[in-house]
Design a protein around this ligand. Structure first.
Ligand code: SF4
Length: 272
């Protein structure tokens, strides 16, 4: 049998990276039985807390989920027309798209931006993370997810053994909405072709949509985030997992646990 304590430690370290409470393992060997939750304490007085199952044989980064969630929304927006004059459909690289975004004035968000934030990550990224839009630090730096929410995203990715540098990270809108308000419908509609083309070029294995705006925009859906979680959706055939935005997790730490469940599903899809 595998060393249950080592597995529990690995799991707890992942929870700590996600911002969970400190946990003290009791002394002595811990025996895990298949399907059983590890017993551990979250305070020195030793009160027992059960958590999600860790089954013997788990490997780092793997996900032990009996079944993937059921299929959800499938969205297949039209691809660009070869004979159109639209420059987005003529781009062949992420750098081409970033160059177009840098000069874009298709919506009012161009008026107040400091920098455009097209997204960043390698051309061969297998996971694409999509958020809502740039915040203040992103607007100042031109980089996505670099504030406190970005630091949390980096930890979330590390917890599923994915260095941030291996992931393409971007937003639905590429310019900061003033006062961090939600992007409006027409702004999203103007900017979405850039995201669609980025995904077309990257051809990732999995997309992680973080937050309502990302999920609804990508899947052309009106459902709440809660109703879209726990399903494997599809965007042009690519699996899409919906979860909370890291900024929402900073406001409500209770959502860290369901987010952890969601990213483990994404990890499993990457591993399949
Ligand atoms: S938000 Fe998108 S569509 Fe609007 S100006 Fe910026 S890049 Fe262009």
């Amino acid at each position: 049998m595998s060393d249950g304590r080592a597995l529990a430690r690995e799991y707890l370290e992942q929870q700590r990276l996600l911002g969970g409470d400190p946990v003290v393992l009791p002394d002595g060997p811990t025996v895990l039985t298949p399907g059983a939750s590890p017993g551990f304490t979250n305070n020195p007085s030793g009160s027992e807390v059960s958590d999600s199952p860790i089954t013997p044989g788990s490997r780092p980064g793997s996900v032990e989920i009996a079944d993937l969630p059921p299929l959800g929304i499938s969205y297949d927006p039209p691809t660009g027309d070869l004979f159109t004059a639209d420059p987005i459909s003529k781009t062949v690289s992420l750098a081409d798209i970033a160059a177009l975004v840098a000069g874009c004035t298709k919506c009012r968000l161009c008026e107040s931006r400091t920098h455009t934030v097209p997204g960043e990550g390698p051309d061969d990224a297998r996971l694409v993370v999509v958020g809502e839009g740039p915040g203040q630090v992103e607007d100042e730096t031109g980089r996505p997810f670099v504030g406190r929410a970005g630091e949390l995203l980096t930890k979330i990715l590390a917890a599923i053994q994915l260095p941030r540098e291996q992931v393409f990270i971007c937003n639905v809108v590429k310019c900061r909405p003033p006062e961090n308000r939600q992007p409006q419908y027409d702004e999203i509609a103007s900017c979405l072709p850039y995201l669609h083309r980025q995904i077309e070029i990257l051809k990732p294995k999995v997309i992680l949509a973080m937050g309502n705006t990302a999920a609804q925009s990508l899947l052309n859906a009106k459902q709440s985030l809660g109703s879209m979680r726990n399903h494997v959706h599809r965007f042009r055939g690519i699996p899409v997992i919906v979860t909370y935005h890291p900024a929402a997790l900073l406001r409500n730490p209770n959502w860290k646990r369901p987010t952890w469940d969601d990213v483990r599903i994404a990890r499993r899809l990457l591993d399949d």
